[in-house]
Ligand binder design. Structure first.
Ligand code: SAM
Length: 355
């Protein structure tokens, strides 16, 4: 499973079950990230719109959400993957930047990535296979990377998995219909139409996805950007245009309140955890225009970097071992009978907006 900060691994089954009980046919995943939640909603029969600002998220969404796994030609994907897998590796931007100057992958895998990514660009750009092959490549790189899950930190020695040879696999496509949209939730929320159910999982603190997943941004853009720092981050990470209001402590609560008000949906589900800047009181209040509001709580494991500590390329520890667990919360808001059915059997902390 691809490593992603704030990814809702633990909550995916819960969100899938809640969506199914709600009876929602048309759903929105407004901060879709890995698209894991959107995929689960699609599996449960919903027509999902998946939105995110990240280039790699758009690629994942084109592959897993917009493409119908029931009609996609798996033989064609298989053939393309065999073709790419036969590419001879060579030194290029990726090897130099992320295998030599920084330690994202070992150079032998960096060379294969250079060759396979060039081939995807020259042979498949503009075809339906393009996002499928990019997804396959990003997931393959993730399985042999040497990070703690963030592309800013190094493990002390090369991670054991990084010695293995990179191997492309056919992504497990999902049958059904959906849409992939790349853009800012703040400007899109009011324009996307009406949904039976909207799921919102924004960043709640200073951790920027653009910098934490800059290698994937570059793998998709394939623009060999100038870079800075030990992690070789893209220079455009310094541009205002790549920053999210949801990483700005003062502005994020107001932005989220506006997005919640702008989204047109019968049922709203809002994710947050006990490491966020916004209090649960404030979040429940943002949803109070809905008839009923419930707050559910789930104990969860944090991302791996918090558990093993992080190191610079010389092996010196530069980060602390943090907390290993946190509490994930879901705020479910909508018509009272529907919310009550959706939340039945889950640990409820707060109900009907009363704290
Ligand atoms: C907590 S993660 C979502 C994780 C996702 N639910 C999953 O399971 O993979 C937050 C996501 O919000 C995206 N994001 C940040 N600012 C955004 C904005 N202004 N509009 C849309 N997406 C944004 C990030 O790129 C990131 O993928």
């Amino acid at each position: 499973m691809i490593k992603y900060l704030g990814s809702k691994r633990r909550l995916v089954p819960v969100l899938g079950a809640i969506t199914a009980v709600s009876g929602a046919r048309r759903t929105l995943d407004l901060f879709t990230g890995t698209t894991r939640v959107a995929q689960e909603m699609k599996r449960r029969g919903a027509n999902v719109t998946a939105v995110d600002t990240a280039r790699y998220s758009e690629v994942f969404a084109q592959c897993y959400v917009a493409l119908d796994g029931a009609t996609a030609d798996i033989v064609e994907i298989d053939e393309a993957i065999s073709r790419l897998s036969a590419c001879q590796g060579y030194d290029g931007y990726f090897t130099e930047t992320f295998g030599v100057r920084s330690r994202y992958v070992q150079p032998h895998n960096g060379r294969r990535i250079d060759a396979m990514r060039d081939a995807i660009e020259s042979e498949y750009r503009g075809t339906w296979l393009y996002p499928v092959l990019l997804t396959s490549l990003i997931e393959a790189a993730d399985r042999v990377d040497s990070t703690t899950g963030l592309q800013m930190a190094y493990v002390k020695q090369w991670a054991e998995r990084s010695y293995r040879d990179i191997e492309l696999r056919v992504p497990e496509l999902v049958a059904g219909v959906g849409a992939a949209v790349r853009g800012d939730a703040c400007s899109l929320a009011a324009t996307l139409g009406s949904f039976d159910l909207a799921y919102l999982d924004p960043p709640y603190n200073q951790h920027r996805y653009f910098t934490n997943y800059h290698v994937w941004e570059t793998l998709v853009a394939w623009d060999a950007p100038e870079h800075y720092g030990v992690a070789c981050k893209r220079v455009d990470a310094r541009d205002e245009a790549t920053k999210s209001v949801f990483n700005a402590k003062r502005a994020m609560a107001g932005a989220l309140r506006q997005v919640v008000a702008d989204v047109s949906c019968r049922v709203l589900i809002l994710s947050y955890n006990d490491e966020s800047w916004v209090s649960r009181h404030e979040l429940v209040d943002m949803c109070s225009h809905h008839e009923a509001v419930r707050l559910l709580a789930f104990d969860s494991k944090r991302y791996v970097g918090a558990q093993i500590g992080i190191h610079n390329p010389q092996g010196k520890k530069v980060g602390q071992v943090g907390r290993t667990r946190n509490i994930e919360y879901l705020i479910v808001a909508g018509p009272a009978p529907q919310v009550s059915r959706m939340c039945a059997g889950y640990p409820t902390l707060v109900s009907s907006g009363y704290l």
